[in-house]
Design a protein around this ligand. Structure first.
Ligand SMILES: Nc1ncnc2c1ncn2[C@@H]1O[C@H](COP(=O)(O)OP(=O)(O)OP(=O)(O)O)[C@@H](O)[C@H]1O
Length: 477
C-alpha cells in the first residue's frame, strides 16, 4: 500500500492527515483518490467506517488549494448531524487553507444561513431540503462555478424512502454547472447504481471493495430470539451486563419510531442508565446537544431512530443493539456499522421476535454472514420481566399525558404543507385509502374462508368416498 504523497497529495495535506492519525490510505482512499485528482467522476462503495469521507475531502482540498474560490464544492447528505460531521472534517483537514465552510440544514435559522451562503464559502455541506428552500427563495448566492458535487450516502439521497429527496435534488441539480466533477459514496451503492450513473454522467470511475461479506470482520454479529413481551427485559439485562463489565463503552440502541425512542429512553432512565435520545421529532438544537453529550461520553447510551443509522462516526461505540429487526438489509448494514469502525472491534445484537425470522434470513443472505446467537442466562431475564414491563407501562402512561402524539400530528401536517399538499385533503385521501384497504382485507378474508370451506368439504367427501369403498370391499369379502 502506498502513502498519501504517492497518491498525489501535497505535503501540507499529508501533514494534516498525520496530525489526525491518518497515516496510510485505506483501500477506498487509495483507489478513488487518484481518479478524483485526475478530474474523473467517481463512485466509491466501501464498507462502513472505511474512511470514505477523507477519500473525497482530501482530493477536494488538494484541488481547492490550487485554485481557491467560493463556492467550490457542494456536499449533499441525508441527515443534519452528518452534514456537521462532514463539515468538521473539511474544517480540520483544510485549516492551513483558512477554509470557509457553510452548513445548510433544516431546523436552523434560514436568515443566518442565507447570509453565510452569500459570503461565498469554499465548501457548502447541506441536506437537500433546506438547500432547495434557499434556491427557491433567494438569489443571493450562485453555484454556477462549483467544481465538485458530492453525494454522501448517495443511495439514500436517491431512494424514495420516508423522506423523499428526489424533488429537492432536481431543484439543486438545475442550478449546478454541467461541467463539474460528481462524486458518489456509500457503503450500499449497488441497489441504486443505475439512478446514480445518471447523475455522474461522465463515465464515472467505479470502485467497490472486493469482499464476500458486506459488513466488517471486526464486527461480532449476534441475535437474541425473544417473544415481543420479553424484549425490553432482554434489553435491560443486556445493558446491565455491559455496564457492569465495561467502564468506557458506549451503546447505540436503534428502534423504529420516535415514540418508541422516547419510551425506551424514559424506561432506561427509570433504571438509572445514563440514556439520551435522538429522533426527528426533537428540536434540532436538542438533537445536536444530545449527540454532543453522547460523543463526549456524558451519556453512555443513545437511543435513536434511523436518523442516526448512517455515517455517524463515534469511535467509543462498542455495541449496537437493534431493538427492532430492520426491515431492509441495507438499513441493518448501516445501523451495525456505527460500531467496529476504522479497524476497531464491536458487537451488534439484534432482538428478533418469531415474526421477524424471515427478515434475519434476508439480512444474512445480503451480508453473506450468519448471525450467531448471543448467549443469555434466561433465568436472569425472567427475574426482571415483571418489573421491566410495569416500568414500561408507567412510561407509556406518562408519555400519553404529554402532548407527544399531538406534536407528531402537527409535525405531519407541517410536513405536508411544506410539500405543497393540503393536510385536509390528504387526511381524506388517507381515510379513503384506509377504507379501500379494509374492504380488500375483508374480501381477502371472505375468499380465504370460502377456500377453507371448500377444502373441508373436499375432505368430507373424500372421507365419505373412502368409507363407501371400505364398506363395498367388506361386502364383497
Ligand atoms: N487512512 C486512515 N487511517 C486511519 N483512520 C482513518 C483513515 N481514514 C479515515 N480514518 C478514520 O476512520 C473513521 C471512519 O471514517 P469515515 O467516517 O469516513 O467512514 P465511512 O467509510 O464514511 O463510514 P460510513 O459508511 O459509516 O459513513 C474516521 O474516524 C476517520 O477519521
Amino acid at each position: 500500500m502506498g502513502d498519501f504523497s504517492s497518491l498525489g497529495l501535497s505535503d501540507w495535506l499529508v501533514k494534516q492527515c498525520k496530525q489526525l492519525g491518518i497515516n496510510k490510505p485505506t483501500p477506498v482512499q487509495e483507489n478513488c483518490m487518484p481518479a478524483i485528482l485526475q478530474g474523473r467522476d467517481c463512485m466509491g462503495c466501501a464498507k462502513t467506517g472505511s474512511g470514505k469521507t477523507a477519500a473525497f475531502v482530501l482530493p477536494v482540498l488538494q484541488k481547492l488549494s490550487e485554485d481557491p474560490y467560493g463556492i467550490f464544492c457542494l456536499v449533499l447528505t441525508p441527515t443534519r448531524e452528518l452534514a456537521y460531521q462532514i463539515a468538521e472534517q473539511f474544517r480540520v483537514l483544510g485549516k492551513p487553507l483558512g477554509l470557509k465552510d457553510c452548513i445548510i440544514v433544516g431546523g436552523m435559522d434560514m436568515v443566518t444561513q442565507a447570509l453565510e451562503l452569500s459570503n461565498q464559502p469554499h465548501v457548502v455541506v447541506a441536506t437537500p431540503g433546506r438547500l432547495a428552500d434557499h434556491i427557491r427563495s433567494s438569489n443571493t448566492f450562485s453555484m454556477k462555478r462549483i467544481q465538485f458535487l458530492i453525494l454522501d450516502e448517495a443511495d439514500r439521497l436517491l431512494e424514495q424512502g420516508c423522506t423523499d429527496f428526489t424533488k429537492d435534488l432536481e431543484v439543486i441539480l438545475e442550478i449546478l454547472p454541467a461541467k463539474r466533477q460528481t462524486l458518489l459514496f456509500s457503503a450500499t451503492l449497488t441497489d441504486t447504481l443505475q439512478e446514480l450513473k445518471s447523475i455522474a454522467m461522465n463515465k464515472p470511475f467505479f470502485w467497490e471493495s472486493k469482499s464476500e461479506t458486506r459488513t466488517v470482520e471486526e464486527l461480532d454479529q449476534r441475535y437474541i430470539l425473544t417473544p415481543e413481551k420479553v424484549k425490553d427485559a432482554y434489553l435491560v439485562h443486556l445493558i446491565q451486563t455491559f455496564t457492569d463489565e465495561h467502564d468506557d463503552w458506549s451503546i447505540i440502541i436503534f428502534t423504529n419510531t420516535c415514540k418508541s425512542c422516547q419510551i425506551l429512553t424514559m424506561m432506561l432512565r427509570e433504571f438509572n442508565f445514563p440514556t439520551i435520545s435522538l429522533h426527528s421529532m426533537m428540536k434540532q438544537k436538542q438533537r445536536f446537544a444530545n449527540l454532543a453529550k453522547f460523543k463526549a461520553s456524558v451519556y453512555k447510551i443513545l437511543i435513536a431512530t434511523d436518523v442516526a443509522a448512517r455515517g455517524l462516526d463515534i469511535p467509543t461505540v462498542q455495541v449496537v443493539i437493534n431493538h427492532n429487526t430492520p426491515g431492509l438489509p441495507k438499513i441493518y448494514i448501516h445501523r451495525v456499522g456505527r460500531t467496529a469502525r476504522a479497524g476497531r472491534n464491536g458487537v451488534s445484537i439484534t432482538l428478533v421476535t418469531q415474526y421477524d425470522i424471515h427478515l434475519i434470513h434476508s439480512i444474512e443472505e445480503q451480508i453473506q454472514t450468519k448471525l450467531k446467537e448471543y448467549p443469555v442466562v434466561e433465568k436472569e431475564v425472567l427475574k426482571i420481566l415483571t418489573q421491566v414491563n410495569v416500568t414500561r407501562r408507567e412510561c407509556e402512561i406518562k408519555l400519553e399525558s404529554t402532548d407527544f402524539d399531538e406534536k407528531r400530528e402537527i409535525n405531519k401536517r407541517k410536513q405536508l404543507i411544506l410539500e405543497g399538499k393540503d393536510p385536509e385533503l390528504e387526511a381524506k385521501r388517507k381515510a379513503e385509502l384506509e377504507k379501500i384497504r379494509s374492504q380488500k382485507k375483508k374480501f381477502k378474508q371472505k375468499i380465504q374462508e370460502s377456500i377453507q370451506k371448500q377444502k373441508q368439504l373436499k375432505k368430507k367427501l373424500m372421507k365419505r368416498r373412502q368409507m363407501k369403498k371400505k364398506e363395498a370391499a367388506q361386502a364383497t369379502a
